[in-house]
Design a protein around this ligand. Structure first.
Ligand code: F6R
Length: 241
């Protein structure tokens, strides 16, 4: 694992954009695994700026998002599909048909999960997987539990995740209780993983995930077994390691 320390959120976001742009330069048709949440927003802003300055092109990029809330339409402002358009896709030259996200409105959820796994396989797997870290150690929405789930699945969000996501909704009752998420297989098979962490509240989990035992009760701990992980964080998030 490589650990990159950034002074603050802005520097972390710039360095994340550097790594993403380097990947795109090396392989313009890269398959990027993308995350939502507050952590990558700065990196997406940087990517948009660099695109506007003609420093990077997304014309051949394929994007595969990690997860989506169950029951929300892509036009719902709380959906992750909407988040990706608002923070990245609407402002760069990525083709809409190359932007993928699990469809939580599918009639047959099991079939949708299988479709998403087949899609990732058909793209040749993920070149660079961008991740955030849940305060409970989740990556994607792989929540703590007895086993690591391999494939895309429907998950009941943990109380801690519902609490953490509460800040994005006006009413607690509106926070979705379920989501579709990719499993650990495509994350672990990604050729490189870039995990971003920012803020003091992530510091205890960074320590537990990367320096504690590998256990499904701390889903991100599985990344200790990945051969090419970059942990990029600001001083506050990396303060306990
Ligand atoms: C989002 C995702 C989640 C978040 C995690 C951290 O697509 O997969 O695992 O990365 O919940 O969220 P923030 O960045 O809001 O702290």
């Amino acid at each position: 694992m490589k650990i990159i320390l950034a002074e603050n959120y802005l520097e972390m976001s710039r360095k994340a954009a550097d790594i993403l742009c380097a990947q795109i330069t090396l392989k313009p048709s890269s398959v990027l695994g993308l995350a939502t949440g507050s952590t990558p927003i700065g990196a997406y802003q940087e990517l948009v700026s660099r695109y506007q300055e003609n420093k990077v092109s997304f014309s051949r990029i394929r994007a595969v998002n990690l997860d989506e809330y169950q029951g929300l339409s892509p036009d719902d402002q709380q959906s992750y599909a909407y988040f990706m358009r608002r923070h990245l896709f609407d402002f760069v030259n990525i083709l809409p048909e190359n932007c993928h996200i699990p469809n939580p409105q599918a009639q047959d959820v099991k079939e949708e999960c299988l479709r998403y796994d087949r899609l990732i396989d058909s793209l040749g797997g993920i070149d660079l997987q961008l991740l955030g870290l849940g305060r409970n150690g989740h990556i994607g929405f792989n929540e703590p539990g007895e086993t690591f789930m391999k494939g895309t699945h429907c998950v009941a969000l943990s109380q801690s995740t519902i609490e953490a996501n509460r800040r994005f909704f006006s009413d607690k009752e509106e926070v979705p209780r379920q989501a579709l998420t990719v499993g650990m297989a495509p994350i672990m098979q990604a050729r490189q993983v870039l995990l971003l962490v920012s803020g003091k509240d992530k510091a205890p989990m960074v320590k537990e995930a990367f320096f504690g035992p590998v256990t499904p009760w701390v889903p991100a701990s599985i990344l200790q077994l990945h051969k090419d992980v970059i942990l990029l964080g600001d001083q506050a998030a990396l303060s306990e390691i």
